[in-house]
Design a protein around this ligand. Structure first.
Ligand code: C2E
Ligand code: MG
Ligand code: MG
Length: 578
């Protein structure tokens, strides 16, 4: 430990000798200055921990020296003990107001000197400890603030600016009155597939690779932020016109043309982009972001690797969509969904072999609404699962009634969407409905599309086998409109193919659709599958199908889908009278 440094400022060297003698052996390092100027000049050299300052000195007196030292931030905390022969209250008050910390009267008494020096040193030491503590505290606070800043303004994985940072930048841009900026919202297509099939570790590496690629196209001053899982956003300053923007978008799209290689996997990724332009009178930084997001959503609906520039119509469409979602939820609670039935005819005997259950929405204001208007929305929100169950239940209950009335061979076909087909509770739900209604499962047919199968390829085989082990039949709906590969037909145990009505509607001898229908019928005969033609509207179409030996058919020529009561009135009585 270094010895405390004591600086004696006195015009008379003899006084130093006295002090030196009195403090000798107590572990102090003594320094001497004969006047104020030299004392001040040598503060840095002596680094005093305490100062003994004579009051009466020629030139600059002690009070002035004291004032000057106390005015120096670096030395203000060093205690100054005034050594004085003066003892009037006024003199002491002047010393105090100059900043002095203590007094010693001349002639100096040894005990007093030592105890005052000691006590002043103690105070100084405590002060210094406090200073050090404060400095550490300040440093810690600054470090924590910086960490917090990083957490809020930077994405932990990619080190890119965060959403909050981007919003702040956007706020600055809007405040500056600039309108030539663009916000480009980018969302990777089907990124979840990477996470679920290759794991989150690979997913993260892919995100880093994507980040790197996107950063390559960042112009100086522009911002690239990570908005969430697989979402990024560019803030582009100074976009001259739509051509400049298009050029930027094209480079980004092209940058996805090359595959990404992570963890020894080659991954092809695409992304959709939504763009909001700065000239739309935005007030709040969230607004362009929201619009770009809406446009991105629109781009997604068009398919992978698409982009879309926002326009006002879109937010209207979004609003309608939101209203529809809420309406559908309410409709389910209010039991506004009803099931209609369309007869399926045996084309050789022209008798009804069964029905297809088709949902209708009895809207309190709009009347009967067709599924085309609301199924896609239900499919996206997942509402199709509970609603589909309602349809299945109603259809099975209806079938039971008709079976009980003697129409025992009738079959009931119920549509299953991709979402329903992928629902883990599907089998249990079907089992429950079968148990509740006690219908013969062999009379139940489930219609699924090719894409529903392909979307759930892994589980589809097991699921179809489970369904068939209950003797439930499976038909491929809208056959011919989905996958061109027929390979899956061998792997999926299905019972029937339904030829899409777009082919049936157009059949004429020799044209393409005729060939398609012909081929599907031949295929189903070879695979020993039943075949059902959808959308038969004219007697000519019926004739052609009969000539092609198509087994079953449905269409407006026979009947539109009707309510259960109407079916009974129209067909059941006819059945009994036959
Ligand atoms: P889909 O399963 O292919 O059903 C056949 C569609 O063709 C029905 O339309 C039916 O009314 C219509 N149709 C039948 N014959 C003719 C005809 O001769 N001419 C014309 N122009 N159309 C005919 P709908 O009822 O509007 O249903 C449309 C689609 O909505 C269905 O196509 C099916 O994919 C879906 N859908 C209907 N109900 C349900 C349901 O309960 N659940 C699920 N998941 N989807 C359903
Ligand atoms: Mg169908
Ligand atoms: Mg169909």
């Amino acid at each position: 430990m270094t010895m405390p440094s004591v600086l004696v400022i006195d015009d008379e060297p003899d006084n130093l000798d006295v002090i030196e003698a009195l403090l000798f052996g107590f572990g102090y390092e003594l320094h001497y200055a004969p006047n104020g100027q030299s004392a001040i000049a040598s503060l840095d050299l002596f680094q005093p921990d305490v100062i003994l300052l004579d009051v009466m000195m020629p030139g600059m007196n002690g009070i002035e020296v004291c004032r000057r030292i106390k005015a120096m931030p670096k030395w203000e905390s060093v205690p100054i003990i005034m050594v004085t022969a003066l003892s009037s209250k006024e003199d002491l008050a002047r010393c105090l107001s100059a900043g002095a910390d203590d007094f010693i009267s001349k002639p100096v008494n040894s005990l007093e000197l030592r105890s005052r020096v000691r006590s002043m040193l103690r105070i100084h030491q405590q002060y210094q400890q406090l200073e050090t503590f404060n400095a550490t505290l300040e440093e810690t606070v600054q470090q924590r603030t910086a960490q917090l800043h990083t957490m809020i303004f930077q994405d932990a994985l990619t080190q890119l600016p965060s959403r909050t940072f981007l919003l702040q930048k956007l706020a600055e841009v809007l405040q500056s009155g600039a309108s030539s900026f663009a916000v480009v919202y980018l969302d990777c297509d089907q990124f979840k597939l990477v996470n679920s099939s290759l794991g989150h570790g690979v997913g993260n590496q892919l995100l880093l690779a994507i980040t790197e690629r996107l950063q390559d196209h960042l112009r100086p001053g522009d911002v690239l932020a990570r908005m969430g899982e697989d979402e990024f956003c560019f803030l582009l300053h100074q976009i001259a016109d739509k051509n400049a923007l298009e050029a930027f978008i094209q480079t980004i799209l092209q940058s996805f043309h090359t595959s990404f290689v992570v963890a020894n996997c080659e991954i092809f990724m695409t992304a959709c982009m939504g763009i909001a332009l700065g000239n739309s009178g935005y007030q709040q930084p969230e607004e362009p972001l929201q619009d770009a997001d809406t446009a991105m959503y629109r781009a997604k609906l068009r398919g992978k690797g698409c982009y879309q520039i926002f326009d006002r119509q879109m937010s209207l469409a979004m609003l309608n969509r939101l209203t529809l979602e809420n309406d559908l939820q309410r409709a389910l609670e209010q039991q506004e969904f009803v099931v209609y039935y369309q007869p399926i005819i045996n084309l050789q005997t022209e008798k009804i072999s069964g029905f297809e259950a088709l949902i209708r929405w009895r809207h309190p204001v709009r009347g009967m609404v067709s599924p085309g208007e609301f199924i896609p929305c239900m499919e996206e929100t997942g509402l199709i699962v509970p609603v589909g169950l309602v349809v299945l239940k109603q259809a099975c209950q209806q079938l039971l009634v008709w079976h009980q009335q003697g129409w025992t061979d009738l079959t009931m076909s119920v549509n299953l969407s991709a979402r329903q087909f992928a629902c883990p509770t599907l089998l249990a739900d079907i089992d429950r409905v079968l148990a509740e209604t006690a219908i013969n499962p062999a009379r139940l047919k489930l219609e699924i599309t090719e894409s529903a199968i392909m979307d759930n390829a892994q589980t589809a085989i097991a699921l179809t086998e489970q369904l068939r082990s209950r003797q439930i039949q499976i038909s491929i709906d809208d056959f011919g409109t989905g996958y061109s590969s027929l390979g899956y037909l061998h792997r999926f145990p299905v019972d029937a193919l339904k030829i899409d009505r777009s082919f049936v509607n157009q059949i004429q001898a020799g044209n393409c659709d005729y060939q398609v229908v012909n081929t599907i019928i031949a295929l189903s005969q070879q695979l020993k599958l039943a075949v059902i033609a959808e959308g038969i509207e004219t007697p000519e179409q019926l004739q052609w199908l009969q000539q092609l030996s198509c087994e079953f058919g449905q269409g407006y020529l026979f009947s539109k889908p009707l309510a259960g009561d109407d079916i009974e009135q129209l067909y059941l009585q006819e059945f009994f009278s036959n």
